[in-house]
Design a protein around this ligand. Structure first.
Ligand SMILES: NC(=O)c1ccc[n+]([C@@H]2O[C@H](COP(=O)([O-])OP(=O)(O)OC[C@H]3O[C@@H](n4cnc5c(N)ncnc54)[C@H](O)[C@@H]3O)[C@@H](O)[C@H]2O)c1
Ligand SMILES: [Fe+2]
Length: 405
């Protein structure tokens, strides 16, 4: 047993399994009492079977609720501000977030905006939320982002080149109700990008640096790997690799495995954080206008190879969890194979990235220190550019699996 310090933050309750949505009403009732309930979702889910299941559960618990169904993918800032303004006139006591990461993140930001009357930009970054926000009950439908258990919400501010995150333990939902039956019908591309992102969450959380003292851990939101998150991460890797392709076919075992796997990945990365694949995706996503999961999934095997000299033992465990034996090289090859099978492009060239833009993207990525400092192997501008060059060509063998002397 390691003596290294370890931390875990999580919702007060997590319910996982078929039919869990029936427990939503009682969960909300325990938080709201006789107070008001707001359900944040999007217009599709509000009128689909997911909206009906939430309504039935709330009504069965004797709860009335107001509906805000304006959530938009990628959370444009203006849309979030409008949602907060609309919620203010409702003055709820509990906010339910029903949907994929977009709807759950809107619920988190509405609850933040109602509790703290400041422009959202004042909360960008880490630990810039001054205190508790309203209780959020998260009901995911994509299986998925893990947002139902994480301390972060991501939005698009047209005044910023890169997407922005608000990361604070105060954003962790109070309860998560994870019912795989709600994930049927999620579009294939949404399932693919969220699924490979979840695998990246688990692998990057597991291989992240560990902090060796409380002082080193400090007050950061994302503290690196540790014994309280490692088990979740490894189990997530196994479940995701077992169920991802079945989820893409909308099979029930696949949906259940992915919801559970992405939840476990969320528990791991919500405390441990992610690393270089995520840092490199931010400028890539901004330049190529491609989804987060596409970029992270494409880059991850390259980053795993690069990390092998510094995280060999952990990557051996990753290989075992992926079912390819204790070989870091086989682990990265397997992740690439999973991504390609899910329909991810094989190279940055294929998605139209200008090769001449790679040095600028590399410089931007290494500037995201909260992610780069979490990577097990130091990443400088030259390393980042080499990673992007290899990913541009789609050639894993360009990454040396040994540290340069
Ligand atoms: N907070 C976090 O921890 C975290 C982590 C990763 C990503 N994110 C954020 O999550 C967002 C992406 O979330 P997502 O990938 O879950 O997708 P999403 O929430 O953007 O939803 C995409 C589309 O899928 C539809 N959809 C969702 N579930 C469905 C279902 N069961 N059946 C039919 N349609 C369904 C939605 O209506 C929507 O049109 C991004 O904004 C990203 O930045 C947040
Ligand atoms: Fe991610």
């Amino acid at each position: 047993m390691t003596a290294a310090p370890a931390l875990l933050r999580a919702p007060a309750s997590i319910r996982l399994g078929s039919g869990a949505v029936r427990t939503l009403g009682a969960t909300v009732r325990s938080l709201a009492g006789e107070g008001k309930v707001l359900v944040c979702t999007d217009s599709f889910l509000a009128s689909a079977s997911q909206g009906a299941a939430v309504e039935a559960s709330l009504r069965a618990a004797g709860l009335d609720y107001e509906l805000l169904d304006s959530a938009q993918p990628e959370l444009p800032l203006a849309g979030v501000e409008d949602a907060i303004a609309a919620a203010r006139s409702i003055a709820p006591d509990v906010v339910v977030g029903l949907g994929g990461g977009s709807c759950i993140d809107v619920a988190k930001l509405v609850s933040l905006g109602l509790a703290h009357d400041a422009p959202l930009a004042e909360h960008y970054g880490e630990n810039a939320v001054p205190g508790p926000s309203l209780p959020v009950v998260a009901v995911p439908t994509t299986g998925g982002t893990g947002s139902e258990v994480t301390p972060v919400a991501v939005l698009t501010d047209p005044g910023r080149e890169l997407k922005v995150g608000i990361s604070s333990p105060w954003l962790i939902p109070r309860a998560a109700i994870c019912d795989p039956d709600l994930c049927f019908g999620a579009p294939r591309s949404v399932t693919a990008y969220a699924g490979i992102d979840a695998l990246a969450h688990a692998i990057e959380a597991y291989t992240a640096v560990g902090r060796s003292s409380w002082e080193e851990m400090g007050e950061r939101v994302f503290v690196g790997s540790g014994q309280l998150t490692d088990g979740f991460a490894l189990r997530a890797i196994g479940q995701i690799s077992d169920s991802f392709l079945d989820a893409l076919e909308d099979r029930s075992s696949g949906r259940a495995g992915m919801l559970s796997g992405s939840l476990l990945a969320g528990l791991a990365f919500g405390t441990a954080g992610t690393a270089a694949a995520h840092a490199l995706q931010y400028p890539l996503g901004a330049a190529s206008k491609t989804p987060h999961g596409l970029g992270v999934g494409l880059l991850l095997p390259f980053v795993m190879r690069f990390n092998a000299p510094a995280a060999e033992e952990k990557l051996r465990h990753v290989g075992e969890a992926l079912g390819v034996g204790s070989d870091p090289e086989a682990a990265s090859a397997k992740v690439r194979e999973i991504g390609l099978a899910a329909g991810l492009p094989g190279s940055l060239r294929e998605i139209g990235v200008d090769r001449g833009d790679l040095p600028r993207m590399a410089a931007q990525a290494v500037g995201i220190t909260r992610l780069i400092d979490n990577n097990p192997r130091p990443v400088g501008p030259v390393d980042a550019e080499a990673l992007l060059e290899a990913a541009w060509a789609g050639d894993l063998d360009r990454i040396e699996m040994k540290a340069a002397c």
